[in-house]
Design a protein around this ligand. Structure first.
Ligand SMILES: [Ca+2]
Length: 312
């Protein structure tokens, strides 16, 4: 039986690859995409999510627009990484498939109440505003969530938007704090693991030579996306963050991590949004997250390439 998931997303080139991986995988039933403001403003992420569905030939996917700003702060975006559209690289179009009526947060709440308890997994790959808003508005959904598998945070790699914080957590730390204290089983893909999932030239070429429109689109997106990171880190390729969440659902044996306590810094101006991860077990705080630290990068990219080859 396919695993039911909702992807909460702020596309974003790496979000797009995560969505494509889910759409290409029969083990996953995508109940809906919920857009949130993050990499770019909400109007753009809601449009980009539909462009990705149309690319994959999946105009049947339900796409909802959600929160347009963090719970208690003004929005911070990342056009300097993702380009003005969020999906810079390939030629884009205006999607013709409609947004669903209603708010993403209501969709998340209604779906969790309607589906049998413990059967729906949430995969947030943007700021956690939609998820936290749903948990605050409808606390009864928390025990009904099978698990939350999110991209966010960092410990050994520390930060990418500030010296101390990863972007998704930094943008809405109050939302992250709610999610990390929700009691829902959490798996976290921090920069510690995503910085090991590098899009080398050979891995980029593997997408380009699939000979499909999805392959070309993916290669053109990632070619743009990694210019920023290669310039920044001087690495052999840019990290591919968000698809690690979906890959974890498909092949958890590709990853290793520790079940530890992770707390979110919400007060310090200097370290706001830091994920304070007790990797070494130096506190007696209760573990609340499976915090991933390493992956088999070749296995991850082999999975990705094999799956994207199934799309048009
Ligand atoms: Ca994202």
């Amino acid at each position: 039986m396919a695993r039911k998931i909702i992807i909460d997303t702020d596309p974003g080139q790496d979000d797009a690859v995560a969505i494509l991986l889910a759409l290409a995988s029969p083990e996953i039933e995508l109940l809906g995409l919920t857009a949130v403001a993050g990499n770019v403003p909400l109007a753009r992420t809601a449009e980009n999510a539909r462009i990705v569905c149309e690319l994959a030939g999946r105009t049947d996917v339900k796409v909802f627009a959600g929160c347009d700003a963090p719970m208690r702060r003004p929005l911070v975006t990342a056009e300097h990484v993702h380009g003005k559209t969020g999906l810079d690289g390939p030629e884009l179009w205006h999607p013709t498939m409609p947004l669903q009526p209603g708010h993403a947060v209501d969709f998340i709440i209604d779906t969790l109440r309607a589906e049998p308890a413990g059967t729906v997994t949430l995969c947030p790959i943007g700021p956690l505003t939609n998820i936290a808003t749903a948990l605050v508005r409808a606390p009864d959904i928390a025990p009904r969530i099978a698990e939350i598998v999110l991209m966010g945070g960092a410990y050994f790699e520390v930060g990418n938007i500030t010296p101390a914080a990863e972007f998704n957590i930094y943008v809405d730390p109050e939302a992250a704090d709610i999610v990390f204290h929700s009691g829902v089983p959490l798996t976290v893909m921090p920069l510690d693991v995503t910085h090991k999932a590098l899009v080398t030239r050979a891995r980029l070429d593997a997408f380009a030579t699939l000979g499909t429109r999805t392959g070309r689109f993916t290669a053109e997106m990632l070619d743009f996306f990694e210019r920023f990171d290669i310039a920044k880190y001087g690495s052999e390729g840019g990290p591919l963050h968000d698809p690690t969440t979906i890959a974890w659902l498909l092949k958890p044996e590709l990853f290793t991590g520790r079940h530890i306590n992770v707390e979110i810094e919400t007060r310090s101006d200097l370290t706001r949004g830091m994920t304070v991860a007790d990797w070494w077990g130096v506190t007696d705080r209760a573990p609340n997250a499976m915090f991933i630290g390493d992956l088999d990068a070749d296995g991850f990219f082999a999975l990705l390439t094999e799956r994207l080859a199934r799309l048009p």
